[in-house]
Write a protein that binds this ligand. Structure first.
Ligand SMILES: [Zn+2]
Length: 302
């Protein structure tokens, strides 16, 4: 409980943080009418629950039980508040330039999304999204510096019970390819969904995963994916939402959420390490630091 201040209901944390100081001081929110504040707040609630909100103003109005014209006006006036989930481009009453359609596309408040990741990963609020560029750069440098040797044997972490069931055939030429084996393991981790049990999907996953393996190591990629699929509630529920919307789960993990998963895993592992050290020294576990206010970004609920 000490590490998880927010209980989870159906995979959604029961308490939603608001950057009250940012809200109060933001010129954007100060301009809003009470009705617009209501739309903004209900949209944040919806995003907290589902991870995103509809791009289609009519659908959004319906989902938050608001008036269509008022909702449309809100999106037109504050088009930078909820941005394209994929490319973070401002809202427009059309398909996004990244390909997200108007009817099916989704929006997000980036700041709120970062809060979700923090809460769901047990990170102090304000961690995700803070100095993201600098952090990624450090990580990249760290990874590219000493080339890690490949382990000689690559045992899958969660070998499925073999019952003489043939694996789905794959168009990738070498069946002993370690990346292909990882692809099969990912499919098992996902619960062996029958809709993805075909060579075409496996080839697509192979193409998504292979560059990550080349940039890191096979074991690292396996660890990141296992963590997201098996251990982290936030990414698990994100996967569920993505799949319900017809998005490919591996594309969701590798293309959309990779950096977030890496950050969360990094923190989870260093936390586990610290816990071990505390336990080993016989000391009492320290109370988690509270919100680090200086990390909150300036301005509205972007
Ligand atoms: Zn877009």
């Amino acid at each position: 409980m000490a590490n998880k201040p927010y209980t989870s209901i159906d995979g959604v944390p029961a308490i939603m943080p608001i950057d009250w100081r940012g809200w109060k001081s933001s010129p954007t929110t100060r301009k809003m009418t009470d009705t617009q504040v209501g739309i903004a707040f209900k949209s944040l609630l919806l995003q907290w629950e589902l991870g995103s909100i509809p791009r289609d103003a009519w659908q959004l109005a319906k989902d938050i039980q608001s008036n269509f014209n008022t909702t449309l006006k809100f999106l037109q006036t504050y088009s930078k508040l909820f941005v394209c989930r994929n490319c973070a481009d401002s809202w427009s009453e059309a398909d996004c330039k990244c390909g997200e359609s108007y009817a099916e596309g989704r929006l997000k408040s980036s700041k709120h999304e970062n809060f979700s990741i923090d809460v769901n990963s047990g990170l102090p609020l304000g961690t995700t999204g803070y100095d993201r560029i600098g952090k990624d750069q450090t990580r990249k440098d760290k990874n590219s510096d000493p080339p890690k040797p490949e382990p000689p044997t690559l045992e899958p972490e969660n070998p499925a019970p073999e019952q003489g069931k043939p694996e789905p055939e794959s168009p990738v030429s070498n069946p002993d390819d370690p990346v292909l084996k990882l692809v099969h393991d990912v499919w098992r981790l996902l619960g062996k969904p029958s809709e993805y049990k075909n060579g075409e999907t496996f080839k697509r996953w192979f193409d998504l995963i292979e560059p990550k393996v080349k940039a890191h190591t096979l074991e690292y990629v396996r660890r990141v994916l296992t963590y997201a699929i098996h251990e982290n509630e936030f990414f698990q529920s994100g996967l569920k939402v993505a799949r319900n919307k017809g998005q490919d789960p591996v594309e969701y993990l590798v293309t959309e959420k990779w950096v977030n998963i890496e950050s969360a895993l990094e923190v989870a592992e260093s936390k586990a390490k610290r816990k071990k050290q505390v336990a080993a020294s016989g000391g009492k576990e320290r109370v988690q630091g509270s919100y680090s206010m200086k990390k909150f970004g300036e301005g509205g609920i972007k």
